[in-house]
Design a binder for this molecule. Structure first.
Ligand SMILES: NC(=O)c1ccc[n+]([C@@H]2O[C@H](COP(=O)([O-])OP(=O)(O)OC[C@H]3O[C@@H](n4cnc5c(N)ncnc54)[C@H](OP(=O)(O)O)[C@@H]3O)[C@@H](O)[C@H]2O)c1
Length: 301
């Protein structure tokens, strides 16, 4: 009566989005996930990529693997390009060989951040740093090598696990007084769980025959500054931990908060194309944040 589950191979499976996909698929029978962490598949190893793809022959591949430490990328550019660009090339080659469509996550960092009103999929990449350049070059390679690809750019990803702005803000909140937060960078936070839902919804439609390959944007709804995002994070944490009651936030300009990498001042991604093509609406990041912080305290209790 029921069809075969859609078989999806996920790379970088221990990251935020990799874990979120595993959690979602555990609740439903329409997908079968083959989740490979870096220890099981290093995407920089072209031969290993080819062998794994041939072994599993999935219906789709989702690449969530990446070198995502934007500051470290400035110091370790070779490794960053090796993972983010050459790794994607290896995956695209193998996908081409075995006829597997590939979904790949990219970033707001492919843009320079000068468009305050936001970036559409038609805007040309103009990365400011090594990480953004590695992501842009990967996109270009994927577009060239594999017609059946879907690139999903997103911004300010968070979840209750791994390394992300929510967790680092909560950590810093206990150690820094006042807690400094940049108020001249604008963007939309995105929950990894929400993004995983989008990826599965897109795959379901592609599988039902939607001929909608290409580049798309998805982020949580409501434009924010990093300062406003930090305020929301601390406010959520106050429900679970008394120590955050006394945390004071102080707004600073990016120029007063120097980092190794230059960051785009506008990370706003216009998400209309995804809505018009797949009917997927942006979900408010505030409700997703609330859940992520609650889950963070539940798992650490
Ligand atoms: N985080 C953000 O704010 C953000 C924003 C926009 C776009 N994105 C993009 O979204 C995607 C997913 O992000 P995320 O936050 O879920 O990433 P994440 O939590 O940093 O996870 C990435 C995973 O990739 C793995 N990895 C690193 N090098 C690898 C390699 N050579 N082979 C296989 N796996 C490797 C890492 O393993 P180890 O932990 O063992 O190194 C890690 O588990 C990435 O492509 C990222 O560029 C992220």
């Amino acid at each position: 009566m029921f069809g075969q589950p859609i078989k999806i191979l996920v790379t970088g499976a221990e990251g935020q989005v990799g874990q979120a996909l595993q959690e979602l698929v555990a609740e439903q029978s329409s997908f079968e996930l083959i989740s490979l962490a870096q220890a099981q598949l290093d995407i920089t190893d072209a031969r290993a990529v080819q062998v794994k793809l041939g072994e599993y022959l999935p219906d789709y591949l989702i690449n969530t693997a990446g070198f995502n430490d934007v500051d470290k990328a400035e110091l370790e550019s070779q490794r960053c390009f090796q993972v983010n660009r050459d790794g994607v090339e290896n995956l695209a080659q193998a996908c081409g060989e075995f006829g597997v469509p590939m979904l790949h996550l990219s970033s707001d960092y492919v843009f320079d951040g000068h468009y305050a009103s936001g970036y559409t999929e038609q805007d040309e990449g103009a990365p400011l740093g090594v990480y953004g350049a590695s992501k842009w070059e990967a996109e270009e390679i994927l577009r060239q090598l594999l017609p059946r690809h879907l690139i999903l750019r997103t911004s300010w990803l968070f979840s209750e696990c791994c390394t992300n702005y929510v967790r680092s803000t909560l950590q810093r909140g206990l150690n820094e007084q006042p807690l400094l937060a940049v108020d001249d960078r604008r963007g939309c936070p995105t929950s990894a769980l929400d993004l995983a839902r989008v990826l599965l919804a897109v795959i379901q439609q592609l599988h039902n025959g939607a001929d909608a390959w290409g580049t798309y944007h998805y982020s949580g709804a409501e434009i924010s500054t990093l300062f406003a995002f930090s305020e929301a994070i601390i406010e959520e944490a106050r429900q679970y931990d008394e120590r955050y009651q006394s945390v004071m936030l102080k707004a600073v300009a990016s120029a007063d908060y120097p980092t190794e990498a230059q960051r785009p001042s506008s990370s706003i991604l216009v998400c209309r194309k995804l809505l018009h093509t797949f009917g997927i609406r942006q979900r408010p990041w505030r409700t997703e944040l609330s859940q992520a912080v609650r889950r963070l305290y539940q798992t650490s209790a």
